[in-house]
Design a protein around this ligand. Structure first.
Ligand SMILES: *[C@@H]1O[C@H](CO)[C@@H](O)[C@H](O)[C@H]1NC(C)=O
Ligand SMILES: *[C@@H]1O[C@H](CO)[C@@H](O)[C@H](O)[C@H]1NC(C)=O
Ligand SMILES: *[C@@H]1O[C@H](CO)[C@@H](O)[C@H](O)[C@H]1NC(C)=O
Length: 271
């Protein structure tokens, strides 16, 4: 707790020093009321998921992503595969997809680090890092998510967030959150193993008939609360058919890529 106390003092003392006190996985804006229900989800409170970013390709909405550090975004490899870094924009502080918002900031990408073994046919190793041209400015509404250690167990709640299709059940413009229901691990294992043994080892399933990620949510975070912080447990990879019981939402298991992520984070931060 001494760190927290020091942080509080800094916040009082200096706005500049305060920037150094934003830890990972902190949510300052709380969900106020239950919004519209959409594929079992609801509209997120504006600014309540600080690590959520929007990825645009040639100015058109493409995918979600998460802030890992002030220079690095993590997303799904299939979101960026086959395109040049300069064709993308990363937008922080976004809520309404179609509006221009006071809270938003746009960043350009310097280069893309895709997983070297990503396979676009079966979406094995669907993970990529985006290195920005300049540092993200953190605020109450913009900040990094925590990276899970290899051996962490998670508590509830866990949420998927995105600007994906609501299947006509809600407003497609605004950021939505859903608490997807678990899928039987055995069913998930068989379902993924059918596609590839690697998928079965490095991915997990969530979602059911009532709550799931959907088209357009790809690359976005599945975060779980652990104590006071939120951790990036999964990356939304493929939804197939949203909210269909026989086609669960499939997520990249981030902790199984812990070494890969840290290897590149070290290179990026030191070079
Ligand atoms: C989002 O922005 C668009 C364009 O400004 C606006 O028409 C729409 O009503 C907004 N949606 C919400 C839920 O605020
Ligand atoms: C990708 O996966 C497909 C289907 O499993 C396989 O046929 C193909 O050889 C793989 N591609 C690479 C480059 O490994
Ligand atoms: C991710 O993989 C780790 C290691 O295999 C496992 O312990 C953990 O339960 C997996 N996470 C999920 C959400 O399935």
């Amino acid at each position: 707790m001494p760190f927290l106390l020091i942080c509080r003092c800094f916040i009082i003392l200096s706005v500049i020093i305060m920037v150094g006190c934003y830890g990972c996985g902190k949510r300052d804006v709380k969900q106020m009321a239950v919004g519209k229900r959409i594929v079992g989800g609801q509209e997120a409170e504006q600014g309540s998921w600080p690590w959520m970013v929007m990825l645009r390709l040639n100015h058109i909405y493409k995918c979600g992503g998460s802030i890992l550090s002030s220079r690095v975004i993590i997303t799904a490899a299939h979101c960026v595969n086959g395109h040049d870094a300069q064709d993308f924009e990363v937008i922080t502080g976004k809520h309404n997809k179609t509006a221009t918002e006071e809270t938003e900031t746009t960043y350009k990408i310097e280069h893309i680090v895709m997983h070297g073994l990503f396979n676009k046919t079966n979406l094995i190793h669907d993970i990529a890092l985006l290195v920005l041209q300049e540092d993200i400015t953190y605020s109450e509404f913009v900040g990094p998510v925590c990276l899970p250690a290899k051996t962490m167990s998670y508590q509830q709640p866990c949420y998927s967030i995105g600007w994906g299709n609501t299947k006509g059940t809600g407003d497609d413009d605004v950021l939505r959150q859903v608490e997807p229901t678990p899928v039987s691990p055995i069913y998930c294992y068989m379902y993924l193993k059918n596609k590839s043994p690697i998928l079965a080892r490095r991915n997990f399933c969530r979602g059911s008939q009532t709550a799931d990620a959907c088209y357009g949510d790809s690359g976005g975070p599945y975060t779980c609360q652990h104590g006071m912080n939120w951790f990036l447990v999964g990356i939304i990879s493929f939804g197939v058919d949203c909210a269909q019981p026989l086609h669960p939402g499939v997520y990249v298991n981030v902790s199984t890529y812990y070494n890969w992520i840290n290897y590149y984070l070290n290179i990026i931060n030191n070079g």
